[in-house]
Design a protein around this ligand. Sequence first.
Ligand code: ADP
Length: 446
Amino acid sequence: MFSRVLIANRGEIALRIVRACHELGIEVVVVYSEADRDAPYVQLADEAICVGPAAAAKSYLNIPAIISAAELTDVDAIHPGYGFFAENAHFADICKDCGIAFIGPDPESMRQLGDKVAARAIAKRAKVPVVPGSEGEIKDEAEAIKLANKIGYPVIVKAAAGGGGRGMRVAHNDISLRKGFIAAKTEAEAIFKDETVYIEKFIVEPRHVEVQLMADKHGNAVHFYERDCTIQRRHQKLIEESPSPILNEKTREELCKSALRLVKEANYHNAATCEFLLDKDNNYYFIEVNTRIQVEHPVSEMVTGHDLIKWQLKIASGETLDLKQRDIHHTGVAMECRINAEDPARDYAPCPGPVDKFIVPGGYGVRVETHLCQGATVSPYYDSMIAKLIVHQPTREETIATMKRALREFKIGPIKTTIPACLDILSHHLFVKSEVDTSFIERHMG
Ligand code: ADP
């Protein structure tokens, strides 16, 4: 096992990794920007190094500063968390060249699976159903229109290097496809520095269901069942739960086995999530693999009782995944609400600022992941997620009741947060019956 690990991240995930490392007897080095100097996890770390000013490009995304910090503090490994360098194969290459373990997959499998076009090809080889669409890159509008007429409208143009719900355009006819194609390509080049786009059939009113996986370097792989992440706003998840309330046992088993075949086909190791869309008839289609730990991983931890961050650390250090699939069970229902510093009443506008009031809920079945405390300030420089509230109870009804109670106890002010929006969703009769699809928020929450 590693003796010293550097965390190349910030916020709640940095704190989450600090805790897992300490429980495994690993010393922790954290890097921080000038804006995060007073964050609690910086004080909890065994060593902390300032890597630059608030702007992420100059601190958390500053490769020379982070690698220098790692070398200076003599760490064995770097945990990238999610976001920042978590899916950056170039950064993983540099770690490798410097003799520092990257806590994640090999740069090569990250490259392959991180490219959505390449990942579709791997899924097909592994006999995993993919959304009907292009074989590879779509080069021009004429090719796009020809394919769209073959598979039928609506279609969605997506960036091969896409992420975070960006670089996607839905088209309902040749005219909107022409526009969407150019827009998606331009956005892909601007955001991801890669203009490659491809086309998928747009699945109408789908649910988003994903499978959590873990694979070691010795050929062993297991899944930790699925998460249902259908509640999204602009393709960004807001509430996640496990198990998916609409999957029957047969489909669950097929879905999880498909995801396992896919990561095995890619010779993958460490944590991964295979994302699927589910249509109204419960047919599932692969959309992408996330080659990192995800924001919503606690939901799977709560239902299966496995600490996924600890598994990441063990696997990266070369340990065997000594877990058999038959020993992984899921119990009860877990749900996560993402608390963002955003104002739902003003179209979810970011709401940074000082936090004068911060009262965290607790009690049976409640877990809170946050880096904030009273007196802290939410910085405008970073992602607006400031806390994750996770609840685990025997039934979905009890989970919803506990979540509502905990959300009401959670007092954050004077900044605005997504707590009221989460409460509205949890109280909506369609959510309670789980009759929702990915457009639920846009359609029913004003
Ligand atoms: P990203 O990597 O940007 O998160 P994904 O491919 O994971 O992009 O898609 C994010 C979300 O966009 C999905 O959860 C779903 O809501 C929507 N989406 C993506 N592809 C399709 C599709 N073919 N049909 C319908 N919705 C889609």
